[in-house]
Design a binder for this molecule. Sequence first.
Ligand SMILES: Cc1ncc(COP(=O)(O)O)c(C=O)c1O
Length: 397
Amino acid sequence: MTDTEPNPETDGGVDADAGVDEAADVEQVTSVSIADPELSDDAVRRVQAVLEDGRLADGPEVRAFEEEFAAYCGTDDAVATSNGTTALHAALEAIGLEEGDAVITSPFSFVASANAIRLAGGKPVFADVDPETYTLDPADVERVLAEREDIVGIVPVHLYGLAADMPALCEIADEHDLFVVEDACQAHGATVDGTRVGGFGDAACFSFYPTKNMTTGEGGMIVTDRDDVAERAASYVNHGRDVSGTGGYDHVDLGHNFRMTSIAAAIGRVQLEQLSAFNRARRQTADFYDDRLADLPLETPTEPTGYRHVYHQYTVRTEDRDALEATLAERDVGTGVYYDTPIHHQPAYETISTAAARLPAAERAADEVLSLPVHPNLSERDSRTVVEAVRDHFTTQ
Ligand SMILES: Cc1ncc(COP(=O)(O)O)c(C=O)c1O
């Protein structure tokens, strides 16, 4: 698959080489938000066109967005949904998850990753994450597989914009005859060895929530190379309607209304055109931070060889997390803790069989991670403000 990303050196984002100390103008207090979705005039025009056309729910705009998103991911098919959670739920139904099926997933994610497994009738089983990448640790997945015989699939999460170790996880899945549904809700455009996420599993799911690398307001997408999965997912999101026939009211299976609106699709098509530039800007800000925070007592994000991180979040880690968060709040720099409670410790998971498991890497990460602003609308001054505030926290204590 060709990587159509434009040249990061020549376009957009902050200048990674710009010096922090050039920033005399930072003295003026600025507030920097953790997320700032950008909707272009083109998106407004395309939404207007949909409103005038009148086909607001489903329809040609949604079909076009599906085709374009599948092409971007290098997959044969895509099915648009109302959000990322419904994408995961429908994908798992389409894969054929049955009541009580056990599925390995990450405890260090947004709760939707595991909720979708439960909503589709399955049982989430947590394996620990790698302490540097925060994504499923293949060795711990092997440990779980050695302990139990009821696992039917894996839902790896590409957290913060970094793909999970898909080569290793797909190999494990092959060996044990497990399905793989990628939770790519935070990683539009991330790659491993040149392959975009979405191209590894039996299916993959994306979210277009406003803070994500691209948005439709609310929205989601399933991508897959499997015709059977695409067909069942398209049916499931539309009340189990027969998608092969006349488009009439033949409902061959139980399903939901998880459809995307045409308004969301119109926004998504424009956002997809901008995604490469958005990701490039995120990467340039990440470079800028990497260079200027490297000497501080915190860990900056890892980008393993062969991986292309798209920095949905730029997440640092320090034992001093709560104090750093407070300092940045005082300086009007928005931050986020994603996530301070691992899923297996959420009250809603008390009854899940692995809720009491010890998953030390996930538990430590939950106490130490802090995400800094990295959205594509950050100005160079914003990025310098963030760096100065973080540096001041560690150097003036
Ligand atoms: C990892 C992950 N999975 C699933 C979801 C669910 O997506 P949505 O909020 O669009 O339902 C999200 C959204 O935050 C997410 O970050």
